[in-house]
Design a protein around this ligand. Structure first.
Ligand SMILES: Cc1cc2nc3c(=O)[nH]c(=O)nc-3n(C[C@H](O)[C@H](O)[C@H](O)COP(=O)(O)O)c2cc1C
Length: 217
């Protein structure tokens, strides 16, 4: 392994404070959106967003992720159909009442029309082990690594002026089949991305205050 000098960006404390405030304020306006406009935009924007996600740190640099960008209408339709099948059985049979009560304030149900309306769906896969020419190799901290990568992804989506929903139809195995992914991959998140519908509404949520989730020791 060879090394190179790390280039520090050299900004002063006042600039660091200003930058941290700017990004914090920007990210605080991010919301999960469930009603999308049909407005199209270039796929290069999504490619940039995914490049940022793939720049995340990962256990032993194994980069245990794969991203499928779905823009084909027939494939989106297939995904919607399969997701709604699972979600219907979740909402009407499998979900315990306490879970349904927790979801009540979001006004969600098994209907997932946004899976066809949003111009792009990003399916994130985690690689539970590495597969190279039929040989299996261990990946480390897969959930942590892919979770961090998805944090980068959602930040990049918001930064590009787009909106998304972090969606987890349960179970998600149908995505591996539809996207034709290899045996070492498991669907991790399904993220429709686009612009908000003109009538998009988001629930007014109470968020924890700083001293409820952080302390300085
Ligand atoms: C791991 C994860 C799974 C989620 N799954 C769903 C989902 O399947 N359907 C949905 O409508 N929202 C889903 N959400 C969105 C949350 O409901 C939302 O992030 C939360 O209510 C906070 O709202 P905000 O994102 O607007 O701040 C999920 C969020 C996360 C982080």
């Amino acid at each position: 392994m060879s090394f190179k000098k790390y280039k520090e960006n050299g900004i002063n404390n006042a600039e660091k404070l200003a930058k941290s405030n700017e990004l914090k304020d920007k990210m605080k306006t991010r919301r999960s959106v469930r009603k999308f406009a049909k407005t199209q935009f270039p796929v290069e924007i999504i490619e940039n967003i995914i490049s940022m996600a793939a720049s995340a740190p990962s256990g032993a640099n194994k980069e245990p992720w794969f991203f499928s960008i779905i823009k084909n209408a027939d494939v989106k339709k297939k995904i919607r159909k399969a997701a709604e099948k699972e979600e219907k059985s979740f909402y009407t049979q499998r979900a315990p009442q306490s879970w349904l009560d927790d979801l009540n304030k979001f006004g969600t149900d098994w209907n997932k029309d946004f899976l066809e309306i949003a111009p792009y769906l990003i399916v994130v896969f985690k690689q539970i082990y590495d597969l190279d020419n039929g040989n299996k190799y261990k990946n480390y901290y897969v959930n942590e690594s892919v979770g961090i990568s998805c944090g980068f992804l959602l930040t990049a989506i918001h930064n590009a002026g787009l909106v998304a929903l972090t969606h987890t139809p349960s179970p998600m195995g149908f995505l591996e089949k539809i996207c034709n992914r290899p045996e070492n991959e498991r669907a991790y998140l399904l993220i429709p991305v686009g612009l908000p519908d003109i009538d998009a509404r988001v629930p007014i949520l109470k968020k924890k205050k700083f001293n409820e989730y952080c302390e300085i020791i």
